[in-house]
Every structure is written in structure tokens, then in C-alpha cells.
Design a protein around this ligand. Sequence first.
Ligand code: ARG
Length: 459
Amino acid sequence: MTKQTWSQRFETALHPAITLFNASIGFDIELIEYDITGSIAHAKMLGKTGIISVAEASTLVQGLEQIRQEYREGKFQPGVEAEDVHFAVEKRLTELVGDAGKKLHTARSRNDQVGTDTRLYLKDQIGQIQVLVRGFQQVLLDLAEANVETLIPGYTHLQRAQPISLAHHLLAYFEMLQRDWERLGDVLKRVDISPLGCGALAGTTFPIDRHYSAELLGFGDVYRNSLDGVSDRDFAIEFTAAASLIMVHLSRLAEEVTLWSSQEFSFVTLKDSCATGSSIMPQKKNPDVPELVRGKTGRVFGHLQGLLVLMKGLPLAYNKDLQEDKEALFDTVKTIKVCVEAMTILLAEGLEFQPARLHEAVNEDFSNATDVADYLATKGVPFREAYNLVGKVVKTSMAAGKLLKDLTLAEWQELHPAFESDIYGAIAPQQVVAARNSYGGTGFIRVRESIEAAKERIN
Ligand code: ARG
């Protein structure tokens, strides 16, 4: 058993099981490059303020860069004896540069250090996720552009309601993702604050320059209160909340694709590159990709809940409980990235809409009933009266096994004298959709405008 880095007040070494229990190196190794970057800024600050000599600072910086190199080459793989990534790097630094390495931790604590690392990590990851979200939006936009006049049933209560442009449907997801992208940017503002220099909890007696180290690290601001700086994890919760909303959106689309690919809907077929087979039923092609996205949504929600509960009873300032924030955060980041990527591939190249089937779906039902009522309303019949009348028409047509388009003009006129031969055009699905040109509606003119506007919004 090896003794730990802690002070000499400890007589005996840690119990091996407790060593394992306490250690975070198994997962916080994820932070290593951010830890090195944070330490480099801290070392430079120590040199600039004269807390250590400029020569010592540059020795530290060189040593830290060497550790980065060793890590990238797979030559530095700290084990559980290091406890956490912060101790691991400091220990290696002292091996590399000797006593100067022992000066790195002057005017710093692991508490402000881990907070700095986590924020640097998350800033980086948020940027990467935003790029992925943009990529997905672009795919939705391309697919929308190709399908402005492709119709699909629009649903409420999962009952066919009114036909819509397929592009309009896809653009609804574009809008959700646009909010997601913006929300990540909002979260970023509160991740972009440096806790470095808050020390263990109370600041430090050394004449540090927190603004300088923050500037070196590219932080937009510094925490104003040291207790808050070391113990705030709001930023992690906010991020996980934003991530949860992204998952809500991906999951809704995943659910739709899953439904659409069922034999009952058959609105899309899955291409072999994005579908899987059954081990026992040879005829099956399963939508594993959207199902997994839908399934992974649960764990991201779980992380949000986990972080909220983690924080609710913590007294100021740092408590070891906070070590538990990392796996939640890392897993949220990884899950979001793979899910956005998978859905992007699925939509870009993994599915094929079935035009014949979509055409049949919008032509063979009563989803143009509202348009009959609207038709009468434009001819002066009060809407509620028209609505009731059309209800009766639907009922009698259904009983007769007919669709609205099958009624003869005489039959229409018997129902109401206001009907004229233009009723057939007015209830043809293409016309029905084209006519919904109110702002934000599915009319083709509006959809084309939305596509143009969307292009500008993401560029
Ligand atoms: N591994 C620790 C964490 O993730 C680093 C901070 C430890 N601080 C302490 N006072 N024990 O929270």
C-alpha cells in the first residue's frame, strides 16, 4: 500500500477498498487535457505575479506540455493509486521536472481546479454539440427542400387531421433544434466563468491574478464569490436540462420514424445501412436506430434528476459528493453526441419516404373535411353551422363507403345549395395544403419562405 499525496498527519495508508471507492481517476481521466491546460494557465499566472519565478513557471509549462504529449501517445496511463486526474498530473510533473513541480499547486486547491477543468471540458463539448446540431438541421433542411409538395397526413391525437407538406413536418423539428442550439449558447454563458483562484473555499493569501488566468483560459468572466465558485454546479444542471430537451426532440422524431416504418404506416422504408435484422424472424427489418435514441433519452433525463438531487442538500462549500457530477455529465455529453449523429445519418441516408403510399394516405380519408366547412364559410355560411353539416356528410359518406371526393355535385347541392363544382378543387389534398397560407402554416408558399429563412438563420 502506498501513502497518499496528503499531508503527513496521516499515519497509515488508505484501506485498499476505500482507495478504490474514493478514486475518480477511472472516469475523470476524461478531463486530463483540460487539467493540463488549466495548470498551464495557473503556472503562468504564478510566474507573472512573482509568486514563483518566471523560470520556474516555464519549467512547469514545459513539463505539463510533455505530460500532454505522453498522454496522447498512450505513454501516460495513471492508475488508481493516483486517486484523481489532478494528483496524477501533479505527481508526473514532479517526476519530470523535480522540485519545481511541487510549486504548481501554490495558491490553488483541487476544488477550484476541478471546477475549472469541468468548465473547460463543457465549453469545448457544447461547441462540438452545437456543430452536430447544426449538421442535423442542415439534413432536415435538405430533406424539406426536396419535399415541399410531398404530402403526408397531419395528425392530432394520432388521428388523421389535415394533410400537410412533408417539408412543413420536417421543419417543425428544425425549429425545435434551433431552440436547442440557442439554448446551448445561453447555457454556455454560465459555463464560461472561471472559478480558478477561489482556492479551497475562501480565496488565498497569495497575490494571485484571477483575471489573468481566466483570460489565458478564454473565460468570459470570473466567479465573484469564492464559496460559490468552488461549489456551484448550476452550469452542469443547466447543460443537462438543455441536453434533456434535445433528447425530447430527437426522441419524438425517433418515435415518428419508428411508426412510419411499421407495416401499418409504411410511410418510409429503412435502408439496410440503418436497419437491423431479427435473429429469429427472417422477414424483419427493425428500426433499432430510432428505438435506441428513444431509449437513451431516459438516461439523460436520469442524469438531470441525479444532478438536481446531488445538489439539493449540500452545505457550502465543496463536498466530496460533487465528485459524482462527472459521470452524469460525461455520459450526457457522450449520449447526446452519438444520438444527434445517429439521427443525422438516419435522416440523411437511412430512410426513404414512400411517395405512392403517402399519396394514398392523404387521398383516401376524410382529412379534407375542415376544408369543406371552410368552403361553406367563405360562401357566407356561419362556420359552426358548416361544421355541423360536414359532420353529417362525413357520417353518411362513411356509411355509404364513399369519400368526400366521390360525392356527385347533385349530392353536394342536396346537402347545401352553396356547393358548386369548384368544391372538388377545394378539397383536393394538394389544393387543401396549398391554401393554408397563413403565417406559419403549411401552404407551399409559406413553406418555401420558411426554408429560405431557415438557410439564413443557420448561416
Ligand atoms: N476528484 C475530486 C472531485 O472530482 C477533486 C476535488 C477533490 N477535493 C477535495 N477536497 N477532496 O470532486
